[in-house]
Design a binder for this molecule. Sequence first.
Ligand code: NAD
Length: 289
Amino acid sequence: MEKVLSGKIVAQSIFDRISRINLYNTIPTMALLSVCPSPASDFYIRNINRQGAKLGFAVKEFNLNEYTSLEDFIELIKTLNADKAYHGILIQKPFPVHISEDAVNLAVSPTKDIDGIHPENLGRIFLNLEGLFPSTAIAVMEVIKYYNIQTHGKHVVIIGRSPIVAKPLAGFLLQKNNHGNATVTITHSQSDNLETISSTADIIISAIGKPEFVTATFIKKDAVCIDVGINQIYRNGKQSYVGDFDYNSCFDKALAITPVPGGVGSVTTAVLFENLVKATLRQLDDKNC
Ligand code: NAD
């Protein structure tokens, strides 16, 4: 296995897979909603627009503002759910305080939910049923599959417990299949002895958004380190991005490690478009029934 697990190669393999799919002359179309601009979200939106254009897919932005009421927001989602011109809906965070994330997640039609945030889709992961699942959690699984990282019987420690990354990932890794069958431990900000627990892991996945939090003392020799965190930092007057792992201190001890940038983040956008394709094909199927 390569020491540096590049996400760019994995992303390219997904884009290649997408390009071979017969879309029956339909242009997959995404509605991309945002309420509050943020540097991280602006970066992600630019990336989505660029990749969408490369694939020949359509991305239509709906830029609301921080004064948009919850009612108007939900009304727009309902309109997009019913509009056959849109195959997938992606809603960018952050939200202003008066916008309930739960209400938004519940409003998106599960069949257009390309970010996998609807409870129905999240529940399907744990029952091993077909559905649309969170892109970042799938992206981690794509890295595991591409580099043939053995999970069967292995101890995987996930640091973080968010519903969009850590929990769905635990669901995937517990499934009875070639890339599951792992013993999964979820740790979080209230876990005692985190360092002791993580240093027993064969695979450590961190998704907490804390720059360089996971140092060499958190990992055992020859552990596989998968970094989901993308953290903006300022060092020596310069802005850059680092992960949750202290890459330099973990590098020698790890069997393999994903870089930031160029790791899981690169794969996430590719998975998002694969989700859009899945949603599109399913809607075409439903129309033909
Ligand atoms: P979140 O804020 O929803 O969840 C963070 C989790 O980390 C929480 O569950 C919390 O319990 C845990 N946590 C916080 N501090 C901790 C600590 N000291 N020790 C242990 N656990 C701790 O965040 P999220 O949406 O899951 O995102 C996490 C990170 O992943 C962020 O850096 C985000 O930018 C990044 N992210 C990356 C991608 C990608 O494509 N690579 C996609 C989404 C999010």
